[in-house]
Design a protein around this ligand. Structure first.
Ligand code: GLU
Length: 312
């Protein structure tokens, strides 16, 4: 096993929202779960705004998220970090991979990739067109702007998640060479998250189960870059009655700045904890004291009932 943080006494975790809109009940669950896990370990809890994709961002959303966290009584440690201010770090990591010939430029359009690929765990498995054409002048395509892909390998990457359990993926086969830097100049989430978690010394990653499938890719990059591995815990996803993940696309209701206690109690219940009814009539301080003291990760379910069951 590669060097891992999971047995160290020091705990640092994070909540890493993308400012694509207001927090909804699903993001509240992630915030609460990551906060409680950190605090119950006497650890630090940092906030990182993942504003990596300007076209998807909503102006003011980052500020609104921070204001809401404060209203919920969730204090973060240190300064809030913004991915949009960390391009130099991502560029440096990419340069290190390039120096070791672990990445290559890809000139294929989305259409070309889709037409030539079979579908894997997370979209088309890149057939390796540009990897194979390396050194051949990219078929005269070198004038075009290129993406950068990482060379994946046919070996298994496994992890044991604290909630979801064991997962093994052969990245080369299940995912294919994936993009680290997009042709439009933006850095990919997979690269940025790995660089940031290492740069910020994150020992524990607690987030939504929609990212469980991404974790072997992130471990693969951590291995290539020589970073330590955080411990992972993927929380059950909150869905609506149609079984869809709560998101802007599915018109999830924003977390309200009012009746914060009832929403926090609902998030705790979703996470399988058993808060007493009396907490609803208490205050934020009492709520958090109870929640930190009684946080039990073995009560967290693999999946939860739809949001309507918890928030009326
Ligand atoms: N920014 C991602 C999101 O809002 C979370 C990324 C992560 O926690 O690794 O879904």
């Amino acid at each position: 096993m590669v060097d891992t943080y999971s047995s160290s006494a020091f705990y640092r975790g994070r909540f890493a929202p993308s400012p694509t809109g207001p927090l909804h009940f699903g993001s509240l669950v992630t915030a609460v779960g990551s906060y409680l896990d950190a605090k119950s370990h006497n650890g630090e809890w940092l906030v990182r705004i993942e504003d990596l994709d300007p076209p998807r961002e909503v102006p003011g959303a980052a500020r609104d998220i921070l204001v809401l966290l404060e209203k919920l009584g969730m204090e973060w440690d240190g300064e809030v970090v913004y991915q949009s201010q960390r391009y130099d770090l991502y560029r440096a990591a990419l340069a290190r991979l390039k120096k070791q010939a672990l990445v290559y430029p890809c000139f294929c359009s989305r259409k070309e990739v889709a037409a030539l690929s079979i579908t894997g765990i997370d979209g088309p498995i890149y057939p390796g067109t540009c990897r194979n054409a390396q050194g051949e002048g990219q078929n005269g395509k070198s004038q075009k702007r290129s993406a950068v892909r990482v060379k994946t390998e046919r070996r298994s990457i496994a992890l044991t998640d604290r909630v979801q359990g064991f997962l093994s993926q052969c990245i080369g086969q299940d995912i294919g060479d994936f993009v680290l830097h997009r042709a439009d100049g933006l850095f990919a989430y997979q690269l940025a998250v790995v660089v940031d978690d290492a740069d910020q010394w994150m020992t524990h990653v607690v987030r939504g189960a929609d990212l469980f499938d991404s974790t072997p890719r992130q471990i693969f990059l951590q291995q290539l870059l020589g970073y330590p591995l955080p411990a992972y815990m993927h929380l059950p996803l909150v869905t609506n009655r149609r079984g869809e993940k709560l998101s802007k696309q599915t018109f999830a209701a924003p977390v309200s700045q009012f009746n914060v206690l009832s929403q926090l109690v609902a998030a705790l219940r979703f996470l399988g904890q058993n808060p007493p009814q009396a907490l609803l009539d208490s205050n934020l301080e009492t709520f958090w004291r109870w929640a930190v003291q009684h946080w039990q990760t073995d009560r967290i379910p693999l999946s939860g009932a739809p949001v309507g069951f918890f928030i009326k």
